[in-house]
Structure formats: C-alpha cells, structure tokens
Design a protein around this ligand. Structure first.
Ligand code: PFF
Ligand code: NA
Length: 450
C-alpha cells in the first residue's frame, strides 16, 4: 500500500536493516579506520575530537537526514534529485559526482595498501614490533611504482564487481556480514591497545582536549572529516535514500548511522593512539599511522598473526562497502540521466577512476616533486580538495536547498511519512538546516581563506 506512488521499476533495499547496514557500510570505512586516527594524531588529539563532535552534532546528523529525505522523496540520483525540485540546481549534484570521482581515486590507492598488508600478514612479514622496520616497510610500499598501482587496480576491480551485482545482490548482502564482524574485531583491538603499558598517555591524548591546539586549520580538518566519514556532501546518502521504500523511519535511520560511524571512529582512535604512545611512535606520523601501529599491537598479542590477517581483511571489507557507494553515486547518475546500460557504465567508470588513481599513487614516490597545491602532490591535493572543500561546499548548498528552496515543511512531511510518524526534533532540525549549518560552514570557509 505504501508503495503505491513509487516508481515500480526502481530497485529497492530488501529490508529496513538492509538499508541501515548499507548506509552504515558506506559511512564506516577507511575514513574511520585509517583517516580518523591519523587526523586526530596530526591535529592535537583531544582538540580535534572535541571540534569533530561539535560539528557532528551541529551539521552531521542534520545533513544525514536532509540527504536521505531528499533521496527518498525524489527517488533519483544526486543530480536528478536537485533537478526534479529546482531545475537550475542540478549542478550541485554534479559537484557531488565530481567529489566522488576524486575521492574514489585516492581511496582505492589506500584500499590497495590494505590488500598488500593482507598479503604481508599472510606471509608473516608483519611479525615485527620495531617501529623503524614497520615504518620502512610502509614507506617502501607506498613509494613504489608498479606494486601499489597493481594493488590499487585489484581494489578497483573488487569494487567494480560488487557494484555489478546491483543494489540488493551486491551491496546489501556483503554489508550484512562484514559490519558486525568488524565491530567485534575493533573492540578486541582497542582493549588490547588500551591495556599496553604506557597506554594511558594515548587515551588522554585522544580524549582530553588541549584548547590551545584548536586552530582554524584543525577546525577545517574536522569539518572535512565529519563530511568524509559520514559520506555526506556529495549525494551519496541521496542516492542510497532513493532506493528506500516510503514506510521507512528516516529520522531513526539518520540517528543510528552517524552513531555507528562515530563509534567505530572512536574505537579506531582508541585502538591506535594508546599503542602509539606505548611503543613510542609519533602521533603525527600521517597516513602510515595504522599500518605501522597495528602490526606492532598484533605482535604483542597471542595468535597475533592470525588476528592481523583477520583485521586487515575486515578493513578491506569496510573499505569496499564504502568504495562501492562512491562508485554507485557516479554509476547511478550516468544510468539515470544518460539512460546508459548499468554494467557498461560500471566498467567504464571503474577504468577511468583507476587511471586517475595512478598519479595519486605515483605522487607518493617517483612523482613526489610534482605539486598541484603548495606542498601537496596529487594524492594530498585530491584529498584536500574533495574532503575539505567540495564536501563541505556540497553540504552548505544542501542546507540552502533543503532549508530555503525545497523548504523544511516539505522535507519534514517526507521525513514523517506524510505525518504518519513521530519526529520529535523536527523544529530543532529545521533551525539547524536553515541557519546553523550554513552559517557554521560559511564561517569556517571564510576564516580559512583569510
Ligand atoms: N565515509 C567513507 C569512509 O569514512 O571511509 C568514505 C566515503 C564514502 C566518503 C562515500 C564519501 C562517500 F560518499
Ligand atoms: Na566513516
């Protein structure tokens, strides 16, 4: 009955939990396990975490709801959704597809490192706890030429094959198994890490904010990280929301997904930073942080090598359930708007993104002299431009669109399933979307430009 007005040809999620798992699968990924710990380490620990939480509460939950509601209302991809409501806003969706393209190209390079670390852990090469050796091993991998490109290709191939399976078959099924397993594993790791001698310093570093460390750079990084981690600002949740049926409880989903994502990020931080201090590593070590720290923790555990294999396999699964959503945004756009064949589109886009990822990988080794932005090569530029500029900009425009153009009344009508559902905080949500979100994002942008 609830489905009567819906586009009957469009594929839908098999179940409510299927959507939550897939959306959480998109959110939980390298952003939590790889990027969050090293961003926190780089930006003063507790200071970063505090700012992250403030932004999460002001814009994270708000935009999660806005995107899902917009997607389900229009039943369209990111660009189509904007266009359906206001023709000349389609380019905002286009900005999102562009961001997805850029993100996936460097995301897949990191995904490739993860596959390589699965191989390393299988061969026992990771069975060391010496920081120098582990750091050297990581440096050798990422600065290589053919090896990291080969693994980047493998990761893209895996992503492509899952997206090939379509919504229910590929994306939904794989998330159902991987998510819970990852959660358990990361809890075990956090416990081991926090009980290492000297770990307390790391826990303090992560959880006790040093207010003097809060700079505009830290705030911009935290803003970008909230968007990146929650898969917001590029229409990913619009696209996933478009496959939802009309009887889903969106306010509830939009609360659960950010909670899961933040939980995993914090657990990853608690698994990494205490160990960083216990082993005397540098918290500001950068993108290699987890690849150096985790093997050292495993070396301190009974059955460590077994855990290492399991862990990196789960990181790979988490990365894949995110990369498929990045590819899906681009595929959904081309299929819906250009009426192209889904399989052909998937292959073509996969190959193009693989090619764009090659300079990202090379920029960490042979091409390290080439800079696109001051001090930033391809990899860092793609990351900075997409996470810290395109996603927050997409979020700002989404706030304006939902708050002022489509209108919060229409959005709330959709969110409550035409008034059939309770949404207690709808007033607060409308205020956040119309005023707080746009002002907060604009302020951060303006301050960081000055
Ligand atoms: N949220 C993912 C992560 O934290 O790894 C990355 C991501 C996926 C960003 C999908 C944006 C997106 F649309
Ligand atoms: Na995330």
């Amino acid at each position: 009955m609830a489905n009567i007005n819906q586009n009957q040809d469009r594929e839908q999620w098999g179940s409510k939990i299927g959507f939550i798992l897939a959306a959480a699968g998109s959110a939980v990924g390298l952003g939590n396990l790889w990027k969050f710990p090293y961003m926190a380490g780089k930006n003063g620990g507790g200071a970063f975490v505090l700012v992250y939480f403030i932004i999460l509460f002001l814009v994270g939950f708000t935009l999660m709801l806005a995107e899902i509601v917009l997607g389900r209302h229009t039943q369209l991809n990111a660009i189509g959704a904007y266009r359906k409501i206001r023709k000349n806003w389609a380019w905002v969706g286009g900005l999102g597809v562009l961001a997805g393209f850029l993100i996936l190209s460097f995301y897949s390079v990191v995904g490739g490192w993860v596959i390589n670390y699965i191989v390393k852990s299988l061969t026992g090469a990771l069975n060391v706890s010496d920081a120098e050796v582990l750091g050297g091993m990581f440096g050798e991998l990422i600065s290589g030429t053919t090896v990291p490109i080969f693994y980047h290709g493998l990761f893209m191939l895996a992503t492509l094959l899952i997206v090939f399976g379509g919504i229910g078959g590929g994306i939904e099924k794989s998330s159902k198994i991987m998510m819970p397993a990852l959660f358990i594993m990361i809890i075990i790791l956090a416990i081991r890490s926090m009980t290492l001698p000297g770990a307390v310093e790391g826990i303090k570093y992560l959880l006790v904010p040093d207010f003097s460390k809060i700079t505009i750079g830290v705030i911009l990084d935290a803003l970008g990280q909230v968007f990146f981690s929650l898969s917001l600002g590029m229409g990913c949740m619009i696209t996933y929301g478009s496959y939802l049926s009309k009887d889903t409880n969106i306010p509830q989903s939009a609360t659960i997904i950010p909670l899961i994502d933040t939980g995993v990020a914090l657990l990853a931080g608690l698994a990494v930073l205490p160990a960083v201090f216990a082993f005397g590593f540098e918290p500001s070590a950068g993108p290699g942080l987890i690849f150096i720290t985790f093997p050292a923790v495993f070396a301190q555990m009974p059955l460590g090598s077994l855990f290492a294999v399991m862990f990196f396999v789960l990181v790979l699964f988490a990365a894949l359930s995110s990369s498929i959503s990045l590819l899906e945004v681009c595929v959904a756009y081309v299929v819906d708007e250009w009426k192209m064949n889904r399989k052909v589109t998937t292959i073509v886009l996969g190959v193009v993104i693989f090619l764009i990822g090659i300079p990202c990988s090379l920029s960490l080794g042979p091409w390290s002299d080439i800079t696109l932005l001051p001090g930033k090569g391809f990899f860092d530029t793609f990351d900075f431009v997409s996470s810290n500029i395109l996603l927050p900009l997409g979020g700002l425009l989404l706030c304006i669109f939902v708050g002022w153009i489509w209108g919060t009344d229409n959005a709330i009508k959709e969110a409550t399933n035409d008034g059939n559902l309770e949404f207690k905080l709808s007033g607060a949500w409308a205020f956040l979307v119309k005023y707080v979100g746009p002002v907060a994002i604009l302020l951060v942008f303006i301050r960081s430009l000055l």
